[in-house]
Design a protein around this ligand. Sequence first.
Ligand code: LMR
Length: 394
Amino acid sequence: MFETLQAQPADKILELIQMYRSDPREGKIDLGVGVYKDATGLTPVMRAIKDAEHQLWETQDTKVYTGLAGDPAFGDAMIDLVLGDAVPRGSIAAVATPGGTGAVRQAFEMIRMARPEARVFVSNPTWPNHLSILKYLGMEMVPYRYFDEATCGVDFDGLIADLKTAQKGDVVLLHGCCHNPTGANLNAAQWDEVIAVLQQTGATPMIDIAYQGFGEGLVEDAAATRKVVASVPECLVAASCSKNFGIYRERTGLLMAISADQSATALNQGALAYLNRQNFSFPPDHGARLVTMILNDEALRADWQDELEEVRLSMLGLRTQLAAELQRLSGSDRFGFLAQHRGMFSRLGTTPEMVAKLRTEHGVYMVGDSRMNIAGLNAETVPVLAKAIIDCGI
Ligand code: LMR
């Protein structure tokens, strides 16, 4: 029977990992998949995670099933981290999921279950896997303008005009912070306008927040999400712990469904638990438990926040250095946006041909839409990248 299967398109981001690994050149630079790397190129286990793992090894005496929603303590700790006290706890249904991708997938499934004909508005561009999962689920998607190729900032007028065409029963997918793949983000006043449009149209927002703490800071990065959930009758929020806790392979995420009408919470909770049961039953627990321990222990939490801030500042430093180096080499400010962007990524704003040239001639690996993982750089490779960009005539 399997001979009827058709070859699936390779994931553009994951494909790059393989290409990079099989390139024998010394001095190649990996700016592909969104994984944090320190100055030595390592993706370290964060200190607080190691400490929590030691404690867990000493104290954990069972690995019996948790619940379909995962350990409620994880939900509570993450709700506090992401939403703070933006809305009453009684208005939030939440389930642990396998990573942020699992949360996104379950969110789409919940939308489809509630309203199969819902259209999902997605930023153009967005994380390619958003599109891939929506397509797989057979859901209708509508791109909204987001990136201004000329300025490498947000095309805000285009975004607002497109979001105004959404209707009640549609969903607007927003990136809570650190837009992936562009690095271009809305400011507070722009978020307020987006909220006003959501209120006018009645469309339901869904927020993907996968990089909290990588942009302006832990609380600052959650500000827009908190404001949105407090301003609309219903919202979905998919949160990831992969990046800010550095536990990529542990698959740790949380999906929240918020309803201003608290009588809907039990129904939402039941739907989310049902979807978990159908797709994988109980969510993974190891990463979620470590996150819970860290968030609920003063010393572990302080150490985690310190290390996360070191990570954030190191990426900011690399951005500033790269923008300055490009200004020096090009004699122009046209790369100044790199210092303005936030999060792990920046879209350089060049053609797929130039991206291929950077790879073949200079061993620089970035995604075909010219998304660069800034954390893939270090102080020594920034000048090498800057020179390669200028040499290619970008
Ligand atoms: C990325 O965008 O590179 C990350 O979110 C990793 C992934 O799964 O694509």
